[in-house]
Write a protein that binds this ligand. Structure first.
Ligand code: SF4
Length: 374
């Protein structure tokens, strides 16, 4: 079932590790919201009237939009696309935006899932990474959202952050688990060149932990969450009682999605499109009712590599029978040598003609994927 992603490219301030597309200059926010609606209008036939199952407001920081801006966007999505009655409607929020009043607004607007960016509860690390909120404020935001009836909440954790220790990680995990939400995402810190941390690293002012440290952190996250009933259904995603992210699962299972807003990507099975990552130019183009994307037709090889990239990381694995029926192509035959080597090294496992990463393989997921690509 298809999904719509809206990219809201604004943040109140820039976190030192983040290279997502966003601006801290909110001057053109209203024009941006209008431009996004123009793009929705121009692309309303993307799914050929198929019902949309998930809507995801990401960013950036969509929670900094006002109630009327969010309402305007949702109203137009409902006007232009057939939306399933039980659609999952998620909004990414930063803790500093989640006042009780804001939570009430999100409820009134019928968002039914909150994705709250926590990263860590440690005030020293939050400050060092230039996050706005404190650990206590993040906890309070989650408790307030739960009190106001939001049960479907996911929290983001970042591990192996500079200045982080095994003790701070354990404290983060204990606090996360105590908040009793159905879904958690845990991402390893990555040093990105075009960020403040990237500059500090070049100037030798920042010590990045090594691969061994990252693995140790990852194993600690995995173990602790498993002990508390969270199933790792994708390398970075954990859920209790099957409460998977429907939106992200649809990416991983190769469903079609429409990405609206600067920098957003779309995929219709055979073609990928990506919008320009420039807010001013995006607004200018859409004011003239011109779409602002580039695109690439995906041949069979690219489509297969795409599936491999997303599916191998999930608990559902890479189904070789499905590949054969969809592409008429024997993947096992094409990558026989590599697959046997990975099976022998206990990095992959083959069951009912489905390839899965083993626990050992999960530590080397990226390298294994590259090995298997066509
Ligand atoms: S981590 Fe989130 S809040 Fe921080 S700069 Fe990136 S998008 Fe904005």
């Amino acid at each position: 079932m298809p999904g719509i992603y809206l990219h809201i490219p604004y943040c109140r301030q820039a976190c030192h590790y983040c290279d997502f597309h966003f601006s801290t200059n909110l001057k053109n926010k209203t024009a941006m919201v209008q431009a996004i609606v123009h793009e929705l209008e121009l692309r309303k036939d993307y799914f050929n009237s198929k019902e949309v199952n998930t809507i995801y407001f990401g960013g950036g920081t969509p929670s900094l939009l006002s109630e009327s801006e969010l309402g305007f966007l949702l109203e137009n999505i409902h006007r232009l696309f057939p939306i399933a009655s039980q659609a999952e409607i998620t909004i990414e929020c930063n803790p500093e935006d989640l006042s009780k009043k804001k939570i009430n607004s999100l409820n009134t607007l019928h968002f039914n899932r909150l994705s709250i960016g926590i990263q860590t509860f440690n005030d020293g690390i939050l400050k060092y990474t230039n996050r706005i909120h404190t650990g206590a404020e993040a906890c309070q935001a989650v408790l307030d959202a739960q009190e106001k009836g939001f049960e479907n909440i996911t929290l983001d954790l970042m591990y192996a952050l500079p200045k982080g220790t095994m003790e701070t990680l354990q404290q983060d995990l204990d606090t996360l688990v105590s908040l009793n939400v159905p879904h958690l995402s845990a991402y390893c810190f990555t040093l990105e060149e075009k960020t403040v941390f990237g500059t500090w690293a070049k100037q030798k002012k920042l010590d990045k932990h090594g691969d061994d440290w990252e693995q140790k952190n990852y194993l600690q996250v995995q173990k602790h969450l498993a002990q508390h009933g969270y199933e790792q259904y994708e390398i970075s995603n954990f859920a209790r009682n099957g409460r998977y992210s429907r939106h992200n699962s649809s990416y991983w299972l190769g469903e079609h999605y429409l990405g609206i807003g600067p920098g957003a990507h779309s995929y219709n099975g055979t073609e990928r499109q990506w919008n320009m990552r420039n807010n001013a130019l995006y607004i200018q183009k859409l004011e003239k009712l011109t779409l602002a994307y580039e695109s690439e037709l995906l041949g069979q090889k690219e489509q297969l590599n795409e599936l491999l990239l997303v599916q191998l990381r999930t608990k559902w694995g890479l189904n070789l029978d499905n590949i054969k029926s969809r592409f008429g192509f024997d993947f096992m035959d094409a990558r026989k040598k590599e697959i046997h080597k990975l099976l022998k090294s206990n990095l992959l496992q083959l069951e009912n003609n489905i390839l899965y990463l083993t626990e050992k393989g999960k530590l080397l997921a990226d390298a294994i994927t590259v090995d298997l690509m066509l």
